[in-house]
Every structure is written in C-alpha cells, then in structure tokens.
Ligand binder design. Structure first.
Ligand code: RP5
Length: 161
C-alpha cells in the first residue's frame, strides 16, 4: 500500500498543532455582550453530551481572527459552527465564506431595532453561501439543529416492512 504523502518540512510544525479530536461544535458570538443569549446553545449541547468550544469573535472588530478560526475549524475536528451576532450581524455569513462546515446563525435581539436588524443581516445570504438562520435569540434551537446535523449518518437503518 502507498504511504500517505509526508507534509513539507516547512509546514510540519502546523500538523503537530492540529487537534483532529477538537470539539464537534464551535459556538461564536460577535461580542461578550451576546454571551448570555448564546449560553442557551452551550447548555443544550452539554445536556446532549456534544462537545463544544465557545468564544467571542467579531467580524467587524477582528476580521482576521474570524477568517483564521473559520478556515481552520474543520481541520481541528469541528463539524458545525453556531454563530450569534447582533445589529449588522455579519459574523455567520463571514464564517460561512471561509468554511465548508454548516453554519447556523442566531440573530441577537437588539435594543434599537429589536433584533430585526440582526435577523435580516443573517437571513439574506447570497446564493452559494448559505447560513441556517434561527429565530431572534434562538440559540437553543441552534444547538438542537446542530445535534440533528451531527446525527446524520449515525441513524439506524429504517425497519423493513
Ligand atoms: C454585534 O454588535 C455583536 O454581536 C453584539 O450583538 C452587538 C453589540 O456589541 P457590543 O457593542 O456590545 O460589543 O457586533
């Protein structure tokens, strides 16, 4: 049998840093001020014994950080990304632009426009770059939806009649 190709010496150290057993779900939020809402997603995943990581990362304030996170998440073992953001909520869409992983967006309720700003920002993705948009503050549903995605391929075959 052929050996798999060895990484080039100049990138070998990057392979050592890869954690293919990373968490199954990455929860991102545009700001620490979103954490209270997004905790509902974390709690739901924890109840279902689904591993996750959670961090605040802003598409507008730290675009390079978002690009790095999204473009390396799959390599670390992440299989679904949940991204919550408010106002001009670019985060889920920008994440989807950098990864082939399914992205679930959670529009955060805002004091000025009630979250309609967040909802419309997340739901109106251009063709080719989909984001699954939950309800305003729908963080728990985002986790349930992530669980359903992760369950694909693990279902027992349907009973024969
Ligand atoms: C968005 O702006 C965040 O997702 C948050 O919902 C909103 C306000 O952020 P902060 O000003 O509280 O950091 O980017």
């Amino acid at each position: 049998m052929r050996e798999p190709p060895a990484p080039a010496p100049e990138v070998k150290h990057l392979w050592a840093e890869l954690e293919a057993n990373g968490p199954e779900v990455g929860i991102l939020m545009g700001s620490e001020s979103d954490r209270e809402v997004m905790e509902a997603a974390a709690n739901e995943l924890a109840e279902r014994a689904i591993t996750y990581e959670m961090q605040a990362l802003s598409a507008h304030r730290d675009p390079r950080g978002v690009a790095e996170y999204a473009s390396t998440a799959a390599l670390r073992g992440v299989r679904v990304i949940i991204a919550g953001a408010g106002k001009a909520a670019a985060l889920p869409g920008v994440v989807a632009a950098y990864t082939e992983l399914p992205v679930i967006g959670v529009p955060i309720r805002t004091s000025d426009l009630g979250g309609m700003d967040s909802l419309l920002s997340i739901v109106q993705m251009p063709p080719g770059v989909p984001v699954a948009c939950m309800a305003i503050n729908g963080a728990r549903n985002a986790a349930i939806f992530a669980a359903k995605i992760l369950a694909q391929g693990k279902m027992p075959p349907p009973a024969e009649f």
